[in-house]
Design a protein around this ligand. Structure first.
Ligand code: BG6
Length: 507
């Protein structure tokens, strides 16, 4: 075949990208994230043939486990949570590279054992010294783990091998703590060795924002202040905090979700077209948008925080946040947050971006709605368009992944009446492949060293810069408004939009 054959082109992104010799070490392997997402994702990648034959998975935790106990844990997690069917032959291959290292993060002997284990896997499994260290641990443990990796030579890349650090959110608590953490991480790892996880960027529907905007001609000309009235980004969850009281209390909805997922969604929706699809070009455009965000002067009128009270969720009684196990009954932590932002540049000046998220809301849905201005002039009698809303393009991030375009259409009949209709694109109907889980995509990218879908230091810090004044304002003023579980949040959030002559969508 000639080198011009696209099937042979190494830059052809349609070809399956398969990781080279490598292994993954997970710190915090007994945690929820590891069991529900990370271990199943590793199996799903192996099952799809995207991991090298000698791929190795090392768990590091305090539990008194032998390698077999760890393998059993992975097995159970995979059986329960993997996306793809269980195949014994894939499992048998994967299990060859599974090891467990017992210890605490301050235990030098344990890190020595980890070093030896990696050396042994290089020989037995051919991992070539290439290891990613996944820190699925509370932020308070980042510094000690990073320092231990340095102290025991685990971050050193020698003889052409690579070492990478994967860091889960939350990355800090505010700008100052994020800067401190960044300094600690970058003392040990170079920027291209650090992969900060924002799992929303691993979702197909989120990557599709860029495809829709920049691979097509018909959307971009209207994607600006001349046509767009406002943008609404909603991430609603029906679940409460479950067993995560320890993590969640004191953090709250805005830090948990707006600082990372929602601001990233906003950046992708608002950014300029990057000069190419490479990581530097993408990061540069996202950074410009985040740097251009302007907060409203009156934070009291343009932000709302709420806390779920008792109510009904899916036909069942739900307790309020303050009655949840492990929550301080006086807690002021927000389980709902809504904020209004502007992107102060030529494309978006004057267009509000409304971001909201909450737990125990009406249903689970994440969407980005770009809502257009009304037509500047209507030749129809006002009675004909009384029922007509504003045109909108809605990215349905989850569930029911797809895109909806909403516009007016004549109601059939002899009179002229125009009402809203929807044109839907659904992933499930247009494609036969099911979407990989976000963590599959992101773990594979880490192993391949592809950093497109990982926020950079500057993005994380700029996002805290946006959130910090809001959190400080909330600290100084009152407490969260209560909303019954199973509703769409506090009435104050509806009032916030009403004052602007707008209303929240009810997805
Ligand atoms: C996490 C938050 O980042 O995202 C959780 O910490 C939240 O509080 C979760 O429940 C939601 O993720 P997804 O992919 O289910 O929308």
């Amino acid at each position: 075949m000639s080198s011009s054959n696209p099937l042979r082109d190494p830059a052809d992104r349609r070809l399956p990208r398969i990781a080279g010799p490598s292994g993954l070490v997970i710190f915090g392997v007994t945690g929820d994230l590891s069991r529900k997402k990370l271990m199943p994702a590793v199996y799903d990648l192996a099952n799809r043939g995207l991991l090298p034959p000698g791929f190795s998975l090392v768990g590091f935790a305090r539990r008194e486990w032998a390698d077999e106990d760890f393998a059993q844990e992975v097995h159970d997690a995979v059986k329960e949570h993997a996306r793809t069917p269980f195949r014994e032959e894939v499992w048998q291959q994967l299990i060859q590279g599974m090891r467990f290292v017992q210890g605490t993060f301050d235990d030098d002997d344990a890190f020595e054992r980890l070093r030896e284990t990696i050396g042994e896997l290089d020989k037995a499994q051919g991992t070539g010294g290439n290891f990613a260290f996944y820190l699925s641990v509370p932020p308070s443990s980042f510094p000690v783990v990073i320092q231990q990796l340095k102290k025991h030579g685990l971050a050193d890349q020698s003889n052409g091998s690579w070492r990478r650090a994967v860091i889960e959110k939350p990355f800090g608590h505010n700008l100052a703590s994020a800067e401190e953490l960044n300094a600690i991480v970058h003392e040990v790892f170079a920027p291209d060795q650090v992969f900060r996880i924002d799992h929303y960027l691993g979702k197909e529907t989120v990557q599709n924002i860029l495809a829709l905007r920049f691979a097509n001609q018909m959307f971009e000309p209207i994607w600006n202040r001349s046509y767009v009235d406002h943008v609404q980004i909603t991430m609603a969850e029906d679940i409460g905090i479950g067993g995560r009281a320890g993590y969640y209390d004191g953090i709250g909805a805005a830090r948990d979700v707006i600082q990372n997922h929602l601001l990233q969604l906003m950046a992708l929706t608002a950014m300029e077209e990057p000069s190419s699809f490479d990581a530097d070009a993408l990061a540069a455009e996202k950074t410009k948008v985040l740097g251009a965000v302007k907060l409203p002067k009156d934070l009291g009128a343009n932000t709302v925080r709420g806390q779920y009270a008792a109510g009904w969720q899916g036909g069942e009684k739900a307790v309020g946040y303050l009655q949840e196990d492990g929550i301080d009954p006086k807690s002021k932590t927000d389980t709902y947050a809504a904020i209004k932002l502007e992107v102060d540049n030529r494309r978006w000046a004057g267009v509000p971006f409304y971001l909201r998220t909450g737990k125990r809301l009406g249903r689970r849905v994440t969407e980005i709605a770009v809502v257009f201005q009304r037509a500047p002039h209507s030749p129809f009698d006002h009675t004909a368009t009384e029922e007509l809303g504003q045109n909108a393009i809605v990215f349905r991030v989850q569930p029911d992944e797809g895109i909806t375009v909403r516009f007016g259409s004549k109601v059939p009949g002899t009179s002229m009446e125009i009402r809203d209709v929807s044109m839907d694109f659904a992933y499930g109907e247009s494609f036969t492949e099911s979407s990989p889980e976000a963590y599959e995509r992101l773990i594979l990218d880490v192993l391949l060293g592809d950093s497109n879908l990982f926020p950079r230091t500057e993005e994380v810090e700029l996002s805290w810069k946006i959130l910090d004044p809001i959190e400080e304002y909330w600290d100084r003023h009152g407490k969260p408004a209560q909303y019954p579980s199973g509703t769409w949040g506090p009435v104050e959030a509806d009032e916030m939009l009403e004052r602007d002559g707008r209303s929240w969508r009810r997805p």
